[in-house]
Design a binder for this molecule. Structure first.
Ligand SMILES: Cc1cc2nc3c(=O)[nH]c(=O)nc-3n(C[C@H](O)[C@H](O)[C@H](O)COP(=O)(O)OP(=O)(O)OC[C@H]3O[C@@H](n4cnc5c(N)ncnc54)[C@H](O)[C@@H]3O)c2cc1C
Length: 338
């Protein structure tokens, strides 16, 4: 059913109360096929919106928002070593991770408590605590938004990158992900290399799936604002990757600057550190602000407009450029009013 003039307040984690002109919730793959076969009759432009935890609206949306609510978790294949599970795009990501951990299937535990939906996980190639979701994905099933045809993307077809995939680049807006297929381990090798994870896990009684999930949740809750309480979309910017000589020059000037080798061959810098050095942590500008525990997170202090949040992001970007000559790129997708 196509709904008209729906508030987006509960569909974005910044808590911004804009209106979408049209809103369609899709409960099955069949519904998605039907809608997109008659795409010509739907008011354009289309926007696929999961949990809205990586989106910043700057005004009302004049077009149609498609909201996938396709549910169900299916064990597709199982043997002594691994299990292949498919999950509907509309499943809540963290509930799904909880289900995998409760069933003893390993691979997603480090990605606990990331807000959003299963369908967005491959789009974003979500990552945390040394793991990216691409490490477990075998294929992604999707429906063309142009003609309603079904296509299955194998892992290699997805062209995963840092918080990126084909669904954010050349196929952006062209496919609605309906199901995601994950290969998870029955006797998983746990990944505890990141930060204080190993310490937290040992405090909880030792390394097993449940303790890793509990530790990740504990650490995340201590560092990141809960969008139910303070509107935010997690990291506003990506960690920038610079070439080796730029990193060396910066390291000479700022020996304490964190940096890591990136698989691309460049050096990844910590955007949060760069922003913090510019004095932004905890600063408030009007109704928007920078979180006091994590400079990478811009928050809606209450009643901010999308433009206010975007303007603050712009100020932060400029100050990082002036001080370090490093360009920050948005991780959050800005949806301008049209
Ligand atoms: C407090 C907080 C912490 C966070 N921490 C992390 C973190 O640790 N790591 C991380 O990677 N991210 C993190 N995020 C960002 C966010 O949770 C992820 O990007 C998440 O995958 C977004 O899911 P969503 O359903 O809300 O997608 P949305 O924000 O609704 O959409 C994101 C993009 O995916 C597209 N999309 C959504 N669903 C589909 C679909 N079914 N088919 C096709 N396209 C689709 C949208 O069009 C859009 O381009 C955090 C966010 C918050 C608020």
């Amino acid at each position: 059913m196509i709904l008209k003039n729906i508030s987006l307040g509960s569909y974005n984690t910044f808590g911004l109360n804009y209106i979408t002109e049209f809103f369609v919730s899709v409960k099955t793959e069949g519904e998605a096929i039907k809608i997109f076969k008659s795409a010509g009759t739907i008011r354009q432009p289309l926007l696929i919106l999961g949990g809205g935890s990586n989106m910043l609206f700057t005004g009302d949306y004049r077009g149609t928002i498609i909201h996938p609510e396709i549910k169900s978790i299916v064990i597709e294949e199982k043997n002594d070593e691994y299990v292949v599970i498919s999950a509907g795009a509309g499943e809540e990501w963290d509930e799904f991770v909880g289900w995998t951990v409760d069933n003893g299937f390993g691979g997603l535990e480090n990605l606990s408590l990331i807000p959003g939906t299963v369908g967005a996980a491959p789009v974003q190639n979500i990552g945390a605590y040394g793991v990216e979701v691409k490490d477990t994905i075998v294929k992604v099933r999707a429906v063309s938004t142009e003609n309603g045809s079904i296509r299955e993307f194998d892992k290699n077809d997805c062209i995963f990158g840092y918080r990126s995939s084909i669904f954010k680049t050349e196929m952006k807006g062209k496919y609605l992900v309906t199901r995601v297929f994950f290969k998870l381990a029955i006797s998983p090798a746990l990944n505890l290399i990141y930060g204080s994870l190993a310490d937290e896990v040992s405090k909880l009684g030792g390394a097993d799936l449940k303790n890793v999930r509990a530790a990740v949740i504990k650490i995340r809750k201590s560092k990141l604002p809960d969008p139910e309480i303070i509107g935010n979309a997690g990291s506003f910017f990506k960690n920038p990757v610079v070439d080796f000589s730029t990193a060396e020059a910066l390291r000479k000037k700022y020996p304490q600057m964190p940096c890591y080798e990136d698989p691309s061959g460049g050096i990844k810098l910590a955007a949060g550190w760069l922003i913090d050095q510019c004095g932004w942590k905890g600063k408030v500008s009007g109704s928007a602000g920078v979180h006091d525990k994590q400079a990478l997170v811009i928050v809606n202090c209450g009643g901010a407009s999308g433009t206010e949040i975007l303007n603050l992001a712009e100020e932060i970007r400029k100050s990082v450029w002036y001080r370090f000559e490093v360009e920050l790129e948005n991780e959050v997708e800005v949806i301008s009013s049209i």
